[in-house]
Design a protein around this ligand. Sequence first.
Ligand code: HEM
Ligand code: HEM
Length: 237
Amino acid sequence: MKQPTSEATVLVWDGGLRIFHWSLAASVTGAWATQELGPAYMDWHMAFGCAALALVVWRLAWGFVGPRTARFSDFVRPPREMTAYVNSLRSGPKQRFSGHNPLGAFSVVAMLALVLIQALTGLGNSDDIFFDGPWHHVLPDSVSDRLSYIHSVNFWILVTLIALHVGAIFAHWLFLRENLVVPMLSGKKPRRETAEGTGIAGQKPGLALALALASAALVGLLVGLAPEPPPMDFDMF
Ligand code: HEM
Ligand code: HEM
């Protein structure tokens, strides 16, 4: 007999985490696209970059106070568990997870760290002609040059990881017959695809919103507290 929908699916991702995910994907894509469009779009580049920074700050806090599947303690595992999981894909019974699997967990942490580095280095970066990050002029040239270098190299590491991320999700669908995208949209997974039908009980929307406001305020302060750049010295012309 067909089970009622409420029993056939289990809530595994809370609403805050889903909004976070798709907003992060949009901000990172927006930051990349706007710097490709040229100097006229650098204000937008900074806006998308700062949005990505606020989202990661939110996610770091959510990893401690959010529902079970969002918590770092639920999915960050020692490397040997990651290796065991990869080996288990070739043989043995298929393991099910309500949240991130050990390999996915590694890429989650790495992507969050890379976006954080990308956005923080951007704050001290400059194109040396049209646009400076808000903290650029208070840093010695040697430091801002280093940040600029990290900003350009780290971006390609991030792009590689995002490509692997999307590739792994496609491989899950192709080889393991598991659609991970629908749960990241709806929050729900078929019960048979979770670990013993376990999901999350509450989504804590009030706390998620309060943290979102606090994260945005923190990034606003980080940008707003940067001292005004000194006036341009036109005597040199
Ligand atoms: C710039 C692009 C992207 C970035 C930076 C990104 C980043 C992330 C991060 C950080 C997570 C972990 C979520 C969390 O626990 O906080 C995640 C999970 C996930 N992402 Fe993305 N993502 C991107 C694009 C995409 C795209 C295009 C898709 C759809 C094909 C996608 C599908 C998913 C899915 C299904 C999960 C959950 C994986 C699981 O079940 O363990 N992501 N992504
Ligand atoms: C996730 C967020 C971000 C991404 C993905 C990103 C990506 C990029 C990329 C790909 C470049 C071109 C690098 C090169 O090839 O030289 C760039 C340049 C730049 N970014 Fe970002 N960025 C982000 C955040 C920020 C933030 C928050 C700022 C702060 C204002 C910023 C400031 C700059 C500046 C000033 C440049 C010009 C550097 C140059 O032309 O040499 N970025 N960014």
